[in-house]
Design a protein around this ligand. Sequence first.
Ligand SMILES: *Cc1c(COP(=O)(O)O)cnc(C)c1O
Length: 434
Amino acid sequence: MNYYSTNNQAPIADLHKAVVKGLAEDRGLYMPEKINKLPKEFFDNIEKMSFQEIAYTVASAFFGEDVDPDALHDIVYDTLQFDCPVVNVKDNIYTLELFHGPTLAFKDVGARFMARLLQYFIKQENNHKEVNVLVATSGDTGSAVANGFLGVDGIHVYVLYPKGKVSPIQECQFTTLGKNITAIEVDGVFDDCQALVKNAFMDAELNEHMKLTSANSINVARFLPQAFYYFNAYARMKEQGKADNLVMCVPSGNFGNICAALFGHEMGLPIKRFIAANNANDIFYNYLQTGKYEPKPSKQTLANAMDVGDPSNFARIYDLYGKSHAKITSLISGATYSDEQIKATMRECHKDSGYILDPHGACGYQALKDGLQAGEVGVFCETAHPAKFKEKVDDILGIDVAIPERLAAFMRGEKQSVAMTKNFADFKAYLMKR
Ligand SMILES: *Cc1c(COP(=O)(O)O)cnc(C)c1O
């Protein structure tokens, strides 16, 4: 399969190049030249298949031309060592729980899949040097990427995070791992971390010294595997006889997760329509209303993993539908919620159904409550376990959310990090010695 850039000014790439490079030369995002439809028999029998079996079929349609079938099978099964159930919350509203992975967030699937696919490709390179993944994080991405890449041979990960600005639980998830993961505690804010990473990618001498790459959701190997979730949602709903007139609602920030769902739809997945649920960062919502895409600085909210003012995967959605506002609005609608609304939703849902929403999932639940029409069945993604946002959830609901053992285990580990200033010269000098 060939991949072109959404900016159309870069050479066509194969999957190997698209995964190793991440971003195209013209700073566009890679898109597959075609999207293979899955056969009718697959959908007819999907409810009899496990999450892993479904995912392998979907992965083969995307990556089967470029990856050996046995290797791809191993990558999928190594990535999906957990379930992704649908749970009824209230009436015709269901949730797809995407938080049963190692760090209790949906990004685990994309991060692990990318780590293993990257490893597969670098092993094929003649003089294969160790690859160094640099990732700046305000919390969630760092933990998913660090755990996804943990113990993967031939790859070293540097997680840069702002000192004192990530939650204690999140910090433990990438500072206690050791092995091929190095946490770098930057005396600055998130933007300083991101600037250090960007400068490193642009520094010729450093790139001569070591092989560098990034692992954010612009990478095709990170965002596409999230399509597995939506096929599984359909299968599990079909099992219950509830798969007609399905509306899928995705709490969105950088729009990688919903973009993967839309790719699934292009492959034939029978979802009637989609809702992108936003917090107060309403750039996509406004685009749907006006046809104008106007990025803004991000606003800080309770659902902080969705605080994005210029969602990078918008470029992919725009390209997928031929830049047609009419096509996009015929399939996708939007919703936007303030922190006050998020809190009210969490309280109301807990009182009505006993289900504990995290602030991100709350946007999804409310968007279905507000937008579902007669005869439709809605599924929203719960993108993180509420215990990951324990301080907020406890405070809003007046409860004491139990911390799952998997999360507690991180907190018992020994924290190790490298102290760093926000000056690029210091960061470069550190990397040049590695
Ligand atoms: C990353 C994240 C999101 C947003 O996903 P996108 O793919 O960036 O749209 C939503 N909720 C949680 C908990 C996340 O970590």
